[in-house]
Design a protein around this ligand. Sequence first.
Ligand code: FAD
Length: 373
Amino acid sequence: MPSADVLIVGAGIVGAACAAELAARGADVAVLERDVVGSGATAAGMGHLVVIDDSPAQLALTRYSQRLWDAMVDADPSQHDHLRCGTIWVASDDEELAAIGPKQALYAANGIASQPLDAHTLYELEPKLRPGLAGGLLVPGDSVVYPPRTALALMERAAAAGARLLHGEAAALLPDGVRLADGSAIRAGAVVVATGARCPALLPELPIRPKKGHLAITDRYPGMVRHQLVELGYIKNAHAADGDTVSFNVQPRPSGQILIGSSRQPGVATRPIDFPMLARMVARAVAFMPALASCTMVRTWTGLRAATPDGLPLIGPHPARPGVWLATGHEGLGITTALGTAQLLAAQLLAQPAPIPPEPYLPQRLPELAAVA
Ligand SMILES: Cc1cc2nc3c(=O)[nH]c(=O)nc-3n(C[C@H](O)[C@H](O)[C@H](O)COP(=O)(O)OP(=O)(O)OC[C@H]3O[C@@H](n4cnc5c(N)ncnc54)[C@H](O)[C@@H]3O)c2cc1C
């Protein structure tokens, strides 16, 4: 029977990052994956590495993670299809433009460079945007990667440090490991559940809901979009607990393709394309960038984000299940925050100092978990 000190269930970008970090710190690690590495939400994600300021805790984790990403991609950008394109938060009208000042001040207070753009500068930087927009905020440190490739690179790094990748599906948690769907078991001193939106299958008490998202990618149009362009209303849409939302969110790929997002359907766990939703999402993109209407779309797909009630991930011990640890609930930021998550989880699991305060992300904050017998 296989065994490990730490068994990580799920080799998405979060599980792979945790494996790489724990193995680098000397832990005896195994990773259990039912499919292939990076095949879950990680394969569906947009790969926008973005600082998000919707709460102090989200800002701290995204900012900290971005520093870790910078160090990793600088060492070998080709391993991640990295492009430092920056983000432009686009203001549609004067009311949205008024939000730019406080946003920039908050970024500055946290050491994040940003530059307010008047309408003239906005069109100089992104001439294909529709006329009549008010301005924006450029955040030059944001960037994009190809997430499944990074997940694989992290898993390879974990393997080089001694971690084993096992193929199989965890069917249930045991007091000292997991039982697999084929009836076999893996013994482990600690089990890290990193199964993304599928977490409630192993831990029914988790208040994690799927949020389905669509993306579409065009043929190659080099230079048409130069930055990740996101409408300022995006964060409000991302947090809507009920009701389907779409936002203007487009990304230039290193290939010259344009990745078009994004949609959110809370509570929807089915993967087939929802064509009316796709049409809504593309129409929103065309409303901001009319030239997209004449671009050829070559592929579209969906993915399931793992959403917690408060929008923050769960990183740390399960308060009522000894030996069970959580690294999940990253909703639309799990690519950005995977590296910070791995540092926080490894530090707690190995009783080492945490790099940033871990409290906002501890699972014990959720009353649903404390109630488990
Ligand atoms: C449309 C869309 C756009 C996004 N855009 C961005 C973005 O631009 N930037 C950003 O930061 N984030 C983005 N995200 C979010 C990001 O993709 C996720 O937060 C992140 O991929 C979560 O990674 P994960 O490892 O937790 O989960 P997953 O990638 O889902 O990995 C979980 C793994 O666990 C495995 N698994 C599940 N159950 C079991 C089991 N019982 N036994 C064994 N293995 C199991 C699965 O096969 C899978 O490989 C986006 C998400 C979507 C859907």
